[in-house]
Each structure stands twice: as structure tokens, then as C-alpha cells.
Design a protein around this ligand. Structure first.
Ligand SMILES: [Ca+2]
Length: 350
């Protein structure tokens, strides 16, 4: 009897050992995998932090230049004379080899933390908001074109545009297809603000936005701004799509304008066959900029909005809407090296 017991105990010991070893191996493997993940995570965080440091340095550099250098019809003229700024949109001769101009039409610039001119790691772009479609004042027809570009059909685009205009105009008079306070009250929604849009996101508050959200809205948002304090528009910095929406022109005509302003800035609408309001400025940058920094190889980007507030004694520039985004890295980079982002030419003590 005792020998049988001993045998069965011996037969039991092997599986126990095997199970224990398996469990230990599993635990060990789990730890190894976790450590590997952790190292990967640390490396990602480290490169992200390095990128953000560069992005914020570039942003600080631009903020400094924007508040100290003259804003001209061509862009931010780093090292230029203030006299040029005072003359408004008079022509300025800039040697293109000096590369001291920061164009405000989202032209790419290379940013490198080193000053030795080695290949820049990241790309910086500045887009003047004066060249974007201004939700606060854009004419109804321009809004119709905007919503159609965002994928709405004609009737939906027309209705959304009418509702947007009713939402921002001070009166309570209904446009055809529009909506005013009574309609919002019936739908259980907050009333229209009856003032120009202060933020692009306010558009989500119009009556049928929920039921008729334009399918490609997220894709067109970068072309849209809300500038309640400015009715100007800048044909020198507007992307092709915005020129098409603002003036109702064809893509070919809009492209012609962009090609032409690359040679020389435009000084009037009539120069390119456009018609506008005589009281408004159409060729000068606004004081609000979309700033972006991208590292294509790492697949990471930073963006913000900078607003000049020359009347503010305490704060000459505001930085808002900062965002860091990840996207699919691009292995093949363009062979063209963009011009270096200009640095300040002012020497301490000058
Ligand atoms: Ca209204």
C-alpha cells in the first residue's frame, strides 16, 4: 500500500514541476515583453519631448519676430525697415537670396536647432488667417461653396449657409431656409448668438448642424477661420480653395492668382480681375496666424494660433489652440530642402 502511494506521489511530482516551470516562464516572458514595451514607450516619449522642444523654440522665434519685425504685403520682413511698414503696401525690394522674408501663405521653411546650416529636421509653416475663409463675415454664397466643398449637397449647403448667416446677424428676421430664436426654442436648442462667429466651433450650434453635418467637415476646417474683429481678406496668402470659395472663381483662375503672386505680391483685386468691396483691404496680412511645425520622419506635428495684439501693453501676442498630433510617418522625404526659417537680425546692444 505504501509503495503504491510513493509511486503515485512520484508520478504527481513531474507534472507539478512542469506546470511550475511553465508558469515561471510565462511570468518571465510577460516581464520581458512589458519591459520591451516600456523601453519602446520611453523612446517614443523621449523623441516626442525633443520634438516639442524644437516646435516651441520655433514658435517662440516666430512670436518674437512677429512682434519686432515689420509686417508687409509680402509677409514678415525680417530685418526690414519700419519705414516700409509705415508706408503700408508700397513695393519693397527684397533680395530673395537673403531669405529674410517669412511668407505667410503656408510656404515651408526648415527649422534646425543648430545654426551650422545642416539639413533641417523639421518643417515650419505660417498661414495668415486673413487668407482663410472668415466665418464671421464671409458672404452667404461663399458659405454655400464651403459646405459643398465639405461634401454637402446643394440644398443642404444652402440651408446651412442661411442658418449660419441668421445665427451671426444681429436681427431676428428669417432668411429663406434660415433659423432664428423661435426655431431654436422649438428644437430645444440654445438661441443663435446674433453676433459674428468668435470661434470656428460655434458653427456646431446652428439649427440643423446635427442632422446635416457636412461629411468632410474635418478636412475643410484648416481653410476656415473666425475673425470677428476683421473684415479684411488677403489674396496674397489665400490657398487656391479659399480663393475659389471667396470669389466664386474656377480652380484654374485661382491657381493663376497663386502663380502670379509668387513672382510679385498683388496690390489690388483688379490686377487679377476680381471685384470686391472698395472699403476693404484685400492684400495685407491680418495679425492672426496659424503656426505649424511638422516632423515627417517621426510622424508628429504641432500647431497653434498666434494673434498680434499691438494695443495690449501687457501681452503683445497671444498663443492659443495649441495641439500635438501624430500621423503616419513618411519614409520618403522630398529632395528639396526648404529655405531656413529666418532668425532675428537684431544684435543685443543695437
Ligand atoms: Ca439673427
Amino acid at each position: 500500500m505504501s509503495s503504491v502511494q510513493a509511486k503515485s506521489r512520484a508520478g504527481f511530482a513531474l507534472p507539478v514541476v512542469l506546470v511550475t516551470i511553465s508558469i515561471l516562464t510565462l511570468i518571465f516572458l510577460t516581464i520581458v515583453v512589458a519591459m520591451d514595451d516600456l523601453y519602446g514607450e520611453i523612446a517614443t516619449r523621449k523623441s516626442e519631448a525633443a520634438f516639442q522642444l524644437q516646435a516651441l523654440s520655433a514658435e517662440a522665434q516666430f512670436a518674437y519676430l512677429a512682434t519686432t519685425e515689420p509686417l508687409t504685403i509680402q509677409g514678415l520682413n525680417v530685418g526690414g525697415s519700419r519705414y516700409e511698414e509705415m508706408r503700408g503696401d508700397a513695393p519693397i525690394v527684397v533680395d530673395p537670396n537673403q531669405l529674410r522674408l517669412i511668407k505667410l501663405d503656408a510656404s515651408p521653411y526648415g527649422w534646425s536647432p543648430r545654426k551650422d546650416g545642416s539639413r533641417p529636421d523639421i518643417e515650419v509653416k505660417v498661414q495668415d488667417e486673413g487668407g482663410l475663409l472668415n466665418l464671421s463675415y464671409a458672404p452667404r454664397e461663399a458659405l454655400v461653396r464651403l459646405f459643398m466643398l465639405a461634401g454637402s449637397d446643394g440644398p443642404s449647403a444652402g440651408k446651412l449657409a442661411s442658418e449660419a448667416v441668421d445665427f451671426r446677424d444681429v436681427d431676428d428676421l428669417l432668411m429663406v431656409d434660415g433659423a432664428e430664436a423661435a426655431d431654436y426654442s422649438r428644437a430645444g436648442l440654445p438661441p443663435p448668438t446674433n453676433r459674428p462667429f468668435q470661434q470656428v466651433s460655434e458653427i456646431n450650434g446652428i439649427l440643423s448642424w446635427e442632422t446635416r453635418t457636412p461629411p468632410l467637415w474635418r478636412q475643410v476646417v484648416p481653410l476656415v477661420a473666425a475673425r470677428p474683429d476683421g473684415m479684411s481678406f488677403n489674396i496674397n496668402t489665400a490657398p487656391v480653395e479659399v480663393l475659389m470659395m471667396q470669389f466664386g472663381i474656377t480652380k484654374a483662375d485661382a491657381q493663376m492668382i497663386v502663380d502670379r503672386r509668387r513672382i510679385e505680391p498683388l496690390y489690388s483685386l483688379s490686377q487679377v480681375g476680381l471685384v470686391g468691396d472698395d472699403e476693404q483691404s484685400y492684400t495685407f496680412p491680418s495679425g492672426r496666424f496659424r503656426f505649424s511645425v511638422v516632423d515627417q520622419r517621426q510622424g508628429i506635428g504641432y500647431s497653434s494660433r498666434l494673434s498680434l495684439t499691438p494695443a495690449s501693453r501687457d501681452r503683445p501676442i497671444w498663443v492659443e489652440d495649441t495641439m500635438v498630433q501624430r500621423f503616419k510617418p513618411r519614409a520618403q522625404l522630398s529632395n528639396q530642402t526648404p529655405p531656413a526659417f529666418p532668425r532675428s537680425t537684431v544684435q543685443p546692444g543695437n
